[in-house]
Structure formats: structure tokens, C-alpha cells
Design a protein around this ligand. Structure first.
Ligand code: CP
Length: 309
């Protein structure tokens, strides 16, 4: 694996290897690297979870984190994203993590740079590291994907999380249904659309999505209460979920919109577990990329304290 920019072309074997490595790291930790390695975190869009869990993962691996704020960088003087990334490669970064509003920008950078690129969210394209932590959460719950039914619910059209998960869950053999307000459906995803009640009552995983207001162009407004009642997870709907079924959401959560505020931390919710899993998943991806890219070999771990979670 040279880069980590999309879930589309990863095989079942590659996905399961990464999930199992992340699961092992989450229970046993991982020794930090013995050599000095720099990593550049280039975030051109707001982020709390992804940026901070990458930072925690990188520091646990003993990496030196080159933080970047586009508003105080030479981007403001007109420098391109490619020249910015190439600059970090030139000054010694071994890896680039990038979030950017332009769909496909990570694939374009990956074609031109000699160091690994990780997609931390590209426009309405993909969010593959979020998907992998979602997959780890499902794997820890059910121990398998085949026979597990996942409902992806919400603003599917604008969601890079929905897209990455739809690709990966197909590869892994899970059953997937989609549920959305009609004008937020994405017909490029070849899964059936069902009503919110059908999705909630028949699925093992109810994966809710945030309404992506920042990507809406038209007059797509509903009041929060109306949206919750028509398309969201209410307390009444949660009572109809299958025994053992879980609730997921990539967050940030609009409490009282996609999901009733009182369900965010209920027994079925794995929302904060997903966030914890984000650290071990990102450690696993970085380890694999640096090993596969020949930037570090499997013996490059030192005897420092194990970088446990
Ligand atoms: N889930 C997610 O990508 O959250 P952030 O936007 O806070 O990184």
C-alpha cells in the first residue's frame, strides 16, 4: 500500500489486515519508531477528531508532527496545494496527511509525490480513515462483516463518510441499505433506499450521518424537530431496533437533529468508541504505509515505552 486515499480499490484481504492490525494496536499498543520521522498534517478544512487523533497517533509512534495552518501559510500568497505539499516533502516529511474541500485532490497529490499521502477527507469524495475506524468498531462488535446489515442514514449525497463506507462494506460482504431525505440521495451508490423505520427495525448497525450544511447550495432547510421526526433516530424508533443492534455516527453530531440528544450516549451508542478507535486505526495506517514504502522497516521500533492507547 503506497497511499491511503480511497476505500474503493482496497481488497477484502487488505481491509481485514488493516482492521486486525488496528485491533491489535488498540489492545496491545505499539512501540514508537526508533528513527526521527516528520509528518505534515495539512488541514484546509475544520476538524477536531481527525486532526487531533492523527496527532495523538503520530506522537504515540514517536513522530515529529509538522503542524500547518493554511491561514498563516504561504497559501495566502497564492502558493498551490501541490507546491505546499511538495515543500513538506522537500524539507523532510516522510508522510502527508491532508484534508481539503476539493474532491480527488489527494489522488492527484499521490500521483505526483514520492512520499505517502493519507486522505483525511476530500470534499464530498471520501474519508477513508473514518471508514476504517467505523469498520473496526463493527468488527469489534460482531467479529465479522458477512451477515451484518448496516443502514447508512442521513445526508448521503454530501457525505464522504457514506461513500467510503459504501465501497468498503461491499468489499467486506456486509448487507447495506441507505435511508435519506429524497433530495439527499446519491444514486451512484448501488444500494437500495428504504424508509427510516425499515432501516432502524431491520439493521444491526444504524450509522447516522451529519447534515452537511456547509456543502448545501439550495434551500434544503427543515426545522431540526421536523428533520428528526421524519428522517432521524428518535427515542420511539430506537425502541424498535433489534436486540444487540448498535448506533454509530462519525460526528460531529447535531444533537436533536440526526439523533435524539438522549440517545447519543445510550447503551447502544458506539459514537465515542468510534473516536477512540480513530487513534489505533491511524497508527495502523501510518505503520503500514511507512513499512510498505520502504521508509521504515518492521525492526525500526525501539525499546522505548510501548505506545499504548
Ligand atoms: N468525523 C470527523 O471527520 O470529524 P472531524 O471533522 O472533527 O475531524
Amino acid at each position: 500500500m503506497k497511499h491511503f486515499v480511497s476505500m474503493k480499490n482496497l481488497s477484502e484481504h487488505e481491509l481485514l489486515q488493516l482492521i486486525k492490525l488496528a485491533d491489535e494496536i488498540s489492545s496491545q499498543g505499539l512501540q514508537p519508531f526508533s528513527e526521527q520521522l516528520f509528518v505534515a498534517n495539512l488541514f484546509f478544512e475544520p476538524s477536531t477528531r481527525t486532526k487531533m487523533s492523527f496527532t495523538v497517533a503520530e506522537r504515540r509512534l514517536g513522530m515529529d508532527v509538522l503542524d500547518f495552518a493554511s491561514e498563516s501559510s504561504s497559501i495566502t500568497k497564492g502558493e498551490s496545494v501541490y507546491d505546499t505539499a511538495k515543500t513538506f516533502e522537500s524539507i523532510g516529511a516522510s508522510l502527508i496527511v491532508i484534508r481539503h474541500p476539493e474532491t480527488n485532490i489527494c489522488t492527484q497529490l499521490a500521483e505526483k509525490l514520492s512520499i505517502p499521502v493519507i486522505n483525511a477527507g476530500d470534499g464530498t469524495g471520501e474519508h477513508p480513515t473514518q471508514s476504517l475506524l467505523d469498520l473496526l468498531t463493527i468488527y469489534q462488535e460482531f467479529g465479522k462483516f458477512k451477515g451484518v446489515k448496516v443502514a447508512i442514514v442521513g445526508d448521503i449525497k454530501h457525505s464522504r463518510v457514506a461513500r467510503s463506507n459504501a465501497y468498503a462494506l461491499r468489499t467486506l460482504g456486509a448487507e447495506v441499505v441507505l435511508s435519506s431525505k429524497p433530495d439527499w440521495q446519491d444514486d451512484t451508490l448501488e444500494y437500495p433506499y428504504v424508509s427510516i423505520d425499515d432501516a432502524v427495525e431491520t439493521s444491526d448497525v444504524v450509522m447516522l450521518l451529519r447534515i452537511q450544511h456547509e456543502r448545501h447550495t439550495g434551500n434544503e432547510q427543515l426545522t431540526n424537530q421536523t428533520y428528526l421526526e421524519q428522517y432521524g433516530l428518535t427515542q420511539a424508533r430506537e425502541k424498535n431496533m433489534k436486540p444487540g443492534a448498535i448506533i454509530m455516527h462519525p460526528a460531529p453530531v447535531n444533537r436533536g437533529v440526526e439523533i435524539d440528544d438522549r440517545l447519543v450516549e445510550c447503551n447502544r451508542s458506539r459514537i465515542f468508541k468510534q473516536m477512540s478507535n480513530g487513534v489505533s486505526v491511524r497508527m495502523a495506517i501510518i505503520k503500514r504505509l511507512l513499512e510498505d514504502g520502504g521508509i521504515m522497516n518492521a525492526n525500526s521500533f525501539n525499546e522505548r515505552e510501548v505506545a499504548s492507547r
